[in-house]
Design a protein around this ligand. Sequence first.
Ligand SMILES: *Cc1c(COP(=O)(O)O)cnc(C)c1O
Length: 488
Amino acid sequence: MTAQIGPLLVGWRFGPLSNRPQLLEDETLERWRTIIEPFRIKSVEPVRMSTVEERSARLADAGYNLFNIHSDDVLIDLLTDSGTGAMSAEQWSGIQRGDESYAGSPSWFRFRDAVTELWPFRHVIPTHQGRAAEKILFSVVGGPGKVIPSNTHFDTTRANVEFTGAVAIDCVIAEGHEPAAIHPFKGNMDTEALDAVIREHGADNVPVVFVTITNNSGGGQPVSMANLRATRAVCDRYGLPLFLDACRFAENAWFIKQREEGYADASIPDIVREMASLADGMTMSGKKDALANIGGWLAMNDDAWAEQCRNLLILTEGFPTYGGLAGRDLEAMAAGLREVVTDDYLRYRIRSTAYLGEALLESGIPCVQPIGGHAVYIDAAALLPHIPALESPGQALAVALYREGGIRGCEIGSVMFGRHPDGTETPAAMELVRLAIPRRVYTQSHIDYVIEVIRWVAERASELRGMRIVQQPAALRHFTARFEPIAQ
Ligand SMILES: *Cc1c(COP(=O)(O)O)cnc(C)c1O
């Protein structure tokens, strides 16, 4: 029997499974046991309880913009998963060990070794966060006339490409545009579209091809190893370098292990190293899968590019062995990188995001599917069909979740994308509310509470009213605009 089950046998941990040889390890875990948080809580941060009346007053003061709410007045903060994670005891002890020497600090070497253990690129350049790595790289390789394709550029990536005068082009597969389309690797590059973009603009004008793992703007959807290999093949055909925007690389590796044939028995570090072997460099935000509150890096094999990037780094970030960070921040990322690639952490991380999404779907609340790695996206247009797009259904829902339950999510719809530089407005492609899950911060009962609040609001969806913008800046209005509810 054991031979038949082979490497999938996990009965030693969870009792005899000999009558269920067909179950994969993680199916077994999910079917027969609650996946508990793989940590104990050692230090707590109080959450101050508040009432609907208090929160209604805060909303009016804030012009119904959740970016204007003080985080002390939030019960469950799902605004972003960026830099909001809890650090481990190992990371906090690294903070104490941090050496603040200007040049050649032991903290730098520990950080560099932790990065290259997973990403063995020749040059590692620390930066204060991911966008600083993007700014430096695109300052060197971008510029007018250049074109930079990606599966989907993250917004800071696109902005940094465009700031140099270059053009950012998204080539995600067709399923990536459909909120309800089910695909195991919905973040994949459309390699034919990529090939066509390179031919249309000329390989000489394409300095680098990017792949974002997981695809954040596409809902935290993963990219398969086969797709990375196919993208590499297109790059090789034209002699182009391939870079990864690797912010959620560990989550992507877990999806590969779960969903892609041939990887069920591979270790996460080996999957990461295989992704690295297909690329020539990376940009990274340490605020995501380095489990830190600040930090990032740029890494690459090309010596000439690295030299130009280091020169810019010294201008804008700092000396190449600390790059805009304290030594203690480098230590926090080094320890975080070792923890983020463990099966216990990733199983919990991906499962706990899916837990929220599946509970909402079971209650008939429309969400982007499949549920991605770091966030659940509620389809506000489908939940609130009586509110037209230009009356901001996403904002109306986000405001209701805060008022009713103190939950802070983020509108991703016509408030964020509907206004054009000439002042005209058209509806965005989707009206979503993103609930991003900070890493290792909230317990299952917090998430059960979130589910209860969303169900309560969804049952009363027909009572929600749209929002009108009463004050807004010329650009990036979602951060500072003020709203008021539209009277019935
Ligand atoms: C967060 C993020 C960035 C930018 O990183 P920062 O540390 O916020 O500057 C770039 N790309 C993706 C996919 C991200 O999620």
